[in-house]
Design a protein. Structure first.
Ligand SMILES: Cc1cc2nc3c(=O)[nH]c(=O)nc-3n(C[C@H](O)[C@H](O)[C@H](O)COP(=O)(O)OP(=O)(O)OC[C@H]3O[C@@H](n4cnc5c(N)ncnc54)[C@H](O)[C@@H]3O)c2cc1C
Length: 466
C-alpha cells in the first residue's frame, strides 16, 4: 500500500467526492479551505500531503473511512491528538482519519470509570475527571491526545502509584480493518484487548476508551527544583539513593535543560544549562514536603516545589512544547542510573544543539513493575528509568545538528540500556520494532494477522502480519 498520487489521482478524487456525501463529518480535499491546516501535526518538521482529511464526528464516519481506504487500496493515517513525533497522524497521498472532533466523555463517579471518545486531549480529560476529584495516568503535556499515548503505553505523574495508562484501560470499542465494530476487554476479544495495551494503532481505530479512575487531588505536592549543571553528578548521586526508597505515591522526573527566560528563573541563570528534579506526590501535602527534604538539602538554585493543583502539574510543561516546533526524539530504558551512565548523561546534556532540547529521565517502578511483561503488549516492566532524548528546535538550520545530537546521545547511553525503546518517544518509524515490542512481538504478529491481515493500519511502529 503506498502513495496514491500517481495516475489514478483524478479517479480517486472523484471517489472521495462521493465519500463526502456519505459521512456526517467533514472531508477536506487538496486545495480546499482547511486543507493546509489539516495536513500538519504537532511536529513542525512533518510536511506531508494527504489525498484527503476526514474529520470524523462518529463511528459511522470511522467505518466509512476504513471501508473506503480498504476498497480503494488507500493508505490510512489515524490521528487522535496529532502529537506523534514521527508524524504518524498524517501521510502522503492517503486518507487522514482525524478523530479530534470526537470529544465526548462520560464520567461515572460511583463506578470510578470514564468512557472517552478518541479526540480528547489530556487537558480535556483531566478537566472532566477532576470535577469529581478523579484522574488516571496521563501524559506530562496536556495538549497531547489520549489516544496515541494510551495505545503506546502511557507514562506520567501517576505512573508509579496507578500504573501506566494501559494498566487503567478496562475496555475499548474498535473499528477493525474489515470495517466491523467490536468491543475488546478482559471478557470480549481478549487477544485484541491485550494487543491494544502497548501495540499502538496497529489493530484498528479505537472509537471509545474506558478507563479506571482514582481519587487524586485536587491539590498534590509537586513541581521542579533546579540546580546548575555543574552540580549534576552530586545531585544525581543523592537523587539515585533517594529515588530508590520512595513510596509509590511519589513519581519523579529528571530533566536536563537550558533554563528558559522565564520570570521564575533568576536573570543570571537564564540561558544556562541546568538539571531539574520534578516530583508529584499524591499523598498528604505535609508528607510530600517531608519527602523532598533530601533534594531541598542540596540547596537548589530555584525551588518551585509546593502544593499545586493536579491539573496545574499536568500542564506545567505545555509551554516547552508548542505546536509547530520541530522535533526528533529517541528513547531507551536504562538498566541503572549508575556513575558511568551519569557521566555520559552530563556530557551529552552539556552539548545541546538548541536551547529547547532536553533529556528526560522518567522514574518507573512501583505499579508499572507489578504487572508482568506478558500481561499486556507493553514488555518493559522491569526497567526503573525511561530516558527520552528530546530534540526540539525552531530554526530549520538547526535540524541537522539537533538530530545528530539525539543520535549521538542515544549511542552514548546505549551500553547502559536494556536494548528496548518506547514507541511513544520515537522520532521516526524503526525497522527493529522488536526493540519496542520485545518478547511479545510474535504474539502481536499473530493478532495482527487476525485483525489486519493486509496491514491496512501501517502508519505506526508497524507489526507486519507476516
Ligand atoms: C509534547 C509531547 C509530550 C508528550 N508527553 C508524553 C508523556 O508524558 N507520556 C507519554 O507516555 N507520552 C508522551 N508523549 C508521546 C505521546 O504519547 C505520543 O506522541 C502519542 O503518539 C501521542 O498521541 P496522539 O493521539 O496525540 O498522537 P497522534 O499523532 O494523533 O496518534 C499517534 C498514532 O497513534 C495511533 N492512534 C491514535 N489514535 C488512535 C485511535 N483512536 N485508534 C487507533 N490508533 C490510534 C495511530 O497509529 C497514530 O498514528 C508526548 C508527546 C509530545 C509531542
Amino acid at each position: 500500500m503506498g502513495s496514491n498520487l500517481g495516475g489514478g489521482f483524478e479517479a480517486l478524487i472523484s471517489k472521495l467526492v462521493t465519500l463526502k456525501g456519505l459521512i456526517h463529518g467533514e472531508l477536506i480535499l487538496p486545495g480546499e479551505a482547511g486543507y493546509d491546516e489539516g495536513r500538519w501535526v504537532w511536529n513542525g518538521m512533518i510536511d506531508r500531503h494527504p489525498a484527503a482529511i476526514l474529520y470524523c464526528v462518529d463511528e459511522h464516519d470511522v467505518v466509512a473511512a476504513v471501508r473506503f481506504a480498504r476498497e480503494n487500496g488507500l493508505t490510512i493515517a489515524i490521528r487522535g491528538g496529532g502529537h506523534n513525533v514521527a508524524g504518524f497522524g498524517t501521510c502522503d497521498g492517503g486518507l487522514v482519519v482525524d478523530l479530534s472532533r470526537m470529544k465526548k466523555i462520560e464520567v461515572d463517579p460511583e463506578a470510578m470509570v470514564a468512557r472517552v471518545q478518541p479526540g480528547l486531549t489530556w487537558a480535556e480529560f483531566d478537566k472532566a475527571t477532576q470535577k469529581h476529584g478523579l484522574a488516571t495516568t496521563g501524559g506530562l503535556v496536556s495538549t497531547t491526545g489520549i489516544s496515541g499515548l494510551t495505545l503506546g503505553g502511557g507514562v506520567g505523574w501517576l505512573v508509579r502509584k496507578y500504573g501506566m495508562t494501559i494498566d487503567n484501560l478496562i475496555g475499548a470499542e474498535v473499528v477493525t480493518a474489515s470495517g466491523e465494530k467490536i468491543r475488546a476487554s478482559e471478557t470480549e476479544n481478549q487477544d485484541l484487548f491485550w494487543a491494544l495495551r502497548g501495540g499502538g494503532g496497529n489493530f484498528g481505530v479505537v472509537t471509545l476508551f474506558e478507563f479506571r479512575l482514582h481519587r487524586v487531588g485536587p491539590q498534590v505536592f509537586g513541581g521542579p527544583l533546579f540546580y546548575p549543571i555543574g552540580r549534576a553528578s552530586e545531585v544525581l548521586r543523592t537523587y539515585i539513593r533517594w529515588a530508590s526508597s520512595l513510596p509509590d505515591e511519589l513519581t519523579s522526573l529528571v530533566v536536563f535543560l537550558t533554563a528558559p527566560p522565564a520570570p521564575f528563573i533568576p536573570a543570571e541563570l537564564q540561558g544556562t544549562k541546568m538539571i531539574a528534579i520534578a516530583t508529584c506526590y499524591t499523598g498528604s501535602l505535609r508528607d510530600g514536603e517531608n519527602l523532598i527534604e533530601p533534594l531541598r538539602g542540596l540547596k537548589p538554585a530555584v525551588d518551585l516545589a509546593g502544593p499545586t493543583p493536579y491539573v496545574g502539574l499536568q500542564s506545567m510543561f505545555d509551554a516547552t512544547a508548542p505546536r509547530g516546533i520541530n522535533a526528533y526524539w529517541r528513547s531507551l530504558y536504562l538498566k541503572q542510573l549508575d556513575e558511568p551512565a551519569v557521566a555520559r548523561l552530563v556530557d551529552c546534556a552539556s552539548n545541546f544543539k538548541s536551547p529547547f532540547s532536553q533529556i528526560h529521565i522518567h522514574q518507573l517502578g512501583g505499579a508499572v513493575s507489578r504487572v508482568s511483561s506478558k500481561d499486556t503488549a507493553f514488555p518493559h516492566r522491569e526497567s526503573q528509568y525511561l530516558m527520552n532524548i528530546v530534540g526540539l528546535w525552531m530554526e530549520p538550520s538547526q535540524a541537522e545538528g539537533v538530530i545528530q545530537w539525539v543520535k549521538t546521545t542515544w549511542t552514548s547511553l546505549a551500553p547502559h540500556s536494556t536494548g528496548g525503546e518506547y514507541a511513544n518517544f520515537m522520532g521516526e518509524p524503526i525497522e527493529r520494532v522488536k526493540a519496542i515490542y520485545g518478547d511479545n512481538y510474535q504474539r502481536l504478529v499473530e493478532i495482527k494477522r487476525k485483525y489486519d491481515p493486509h496491514n491496512l493500519f501501517h502508519i505506526n511502529q508497524n507489526i507486519k502480519p507476516v
